[in-house]
Design a protein around this ligand. Structure first.
Ligand code: FDA
Length: 408
């Protein structure tokens, strides 16, 4: 039995953040739209985001908050649909929200409110849903004389039906959290149509260490410190959390997007202090070094760090007054620039995002359309635009979805 055939002006693969935003905009323009998703539940990533409260945007989002092969690519879309535009939508739906820190906006109650808001906007815009529907193949039809009545560009063959369409929008996201539906679909479609894909790796992810590198720190799992972490020209000052496998916390998640295997992290453990000056003022003190440092850092961390670092520096633990200038300088340098080499990351199973993606050089920054294949669009995380932690990734999903929604 042959599958039913349907024509839609726009077929969007992926009913996540970017896909729904694009559907709303295209639907508002009178386009017939269907959102196809293989997951049974709608927008699971929005649901689990922000600890269940969805950090839905960042008031201060600019192109500087994104990593991409072309750092200017996101400018146009961000300007046309800004954080303020999304905030207006949230307010229109009466969703209460608050700023946690650094412009990060979270729902007061639940991320489900954002899903419900997008769902209701889709319904108003007349969008059709095809959830829990697997895609078997995508075919390119331009110039196919078999379909004379509709000028379709693509045929999307699903388990349930065959969808013909003029505009095919790929909003299938990245590879992180495969347990809730992430797949390589978007990259496969890019390959099929000769659209380049940059190299992919997990981003906003915890870093792991070999047992040797991390010996001693396991015992302080759960301890966090306010530190400045740097790598490859990027620096973030936020909490660093010690876990049983390595390091996590906001500063580490941020820097993980800049770190590459084999490279060191540089950690300034006391960014607010000039340690040399502190040592100078305690120059005659009989206080032991760990006791002095415990005034500024958690005691458990100080004990472990001093035991390991002083051994590495071949310096004995003794009262401050008995260190020579050179020894104090070495210790101060280590406190301001503690270097450690992660062995890896906790991978896509735990990463918040995928770094890399559909090459921005092959897309229009105004419309997100492929520059070579008419009618083929890529939006959201599948594109090589990755935000910092703090609501930037959703803002990219809204902005890129909006941009495509104006032209599909
Ligand atoms: P998204 O992943 O949302 O949607 C893709 C959709 O495509 C999914 O519904 C999926 O089922 C579907 N799909 C995939 N393959 C398919 C196939 N083969 N066929 C059909 N459908 C397919 N960002 C932020 O700004 N603030 C935050 O608070 C958080 N918090 C957060 C927490 C956690 C735990 C994670 C993992 C991620 C975040 N993020 C975040 C990142 C944010 O969730 C992410 O960047 C956006 O959801 C990306 O939106 P997209 O619409 O591009 O993909």
């Amino acid at each position: 039995m042959s599958l039913p055939k349907l024509y839609k002006d726009v077929v969007i693969v992926g009913a996540g953040a970017a896909g729904m935003m694009c559907a709303i905009e295209a639907g508002k323009r009178g386009r017939s739209v269907v959102l196809v998703d293989h997951a049974c539940k709608l927008a699971e990533k929005i649901r689990i985001s922000g600890g269940g409260r969805c950090n839905f945007t960042n008031r201060y989002a600019t192109a500087e908050n994104f990593i991409s092969g072309n750092p200017h690519f996101c400018r146009s879309a961000l300007a046309r649909f800004s954080p303020q535009d999304f905030i207006a939508l949230v307010e229109k739906h009466g969703i209460r929200y608050h700023e946690k820190k650094l412009g990060q906006l979270f729902c007061n109650d639940s991320s489900q409110q954002i899903i419900d808001m997008l769902h209701s906007e889709c319904t108003t815009a007349g969008v059709d849903w095809q959830i829990n529907s697997k895609i078997r193949a995508v075919e390119y039809l331009l110039n196919d004389k078999e379909i004379p009545d509709v000028k379709s560009n693509f045929r999307v063959i699903t388990e349930r039906n065959t969808l013909e369409t003029k505009s095919l929008v790929i909003a299938s996201g990245g590879l992180s959290i495969p347990q809730i539906g992430a797949s390589a679909f978007g990259y496969q479609i890019a390959n099929q149509f000769g659209v380049r894909v940059t190299s992919l790796r997990p981003g906003l992810v915890s870093l792991t260490f070999t047992a040797d590198e991390f010996a001693g720190f396991k015992e302080i799992s759960g301890t966090s410190i306010d530190a400045e972490v740097s790598c490859n020209g990027a620096s973030f000052r936020e909490n660093v959390l010690f876990t049983h496998r390595g390091l996590s916390g906001p500063a580490i998640l941020q820097i993980s997007s800049y770190w590459k295997p084999g490279e060191s992290l540089h950690i300034n453990l006391l960014p607010q202090l000039n340690v040399q000056n502190v040592f100078l003022s305690y120059r005659k003190s009989t206080m032991l070094l760990p006791n002095l440092l415990a005034n500024y850092l958690p005691k458990r961390f100080v004990q472990t760090w001093c035991a390991i670092t002083l051994t590495q520096l071949a310096i004995a633990a003794k009262p401050i007054c008995r260190y020579c200038e050179n020894e104090l300088q070495l210790i101060a340098d280590k406190l301001h620039n503690w270097q450690i080499i992660p062995s890896g990351t906790t991978g896509y199973k735990k990463a918040e995002v995928t770094l890399g993606g559909v090459d921005t050089h092959d897309l229009s920054s105004k419309t997100m359309e492929s520059v070579h294949t008419k009618g083929l669009f890529f939006i959201g995380e599948v594109v090589d635009v990755t935000g910092h932690l703090g609501g930037f990734n959703f803002q990219w999903a809204w902005s890129s979805g909006y941009a495509a929604g104006q032209v599909v």
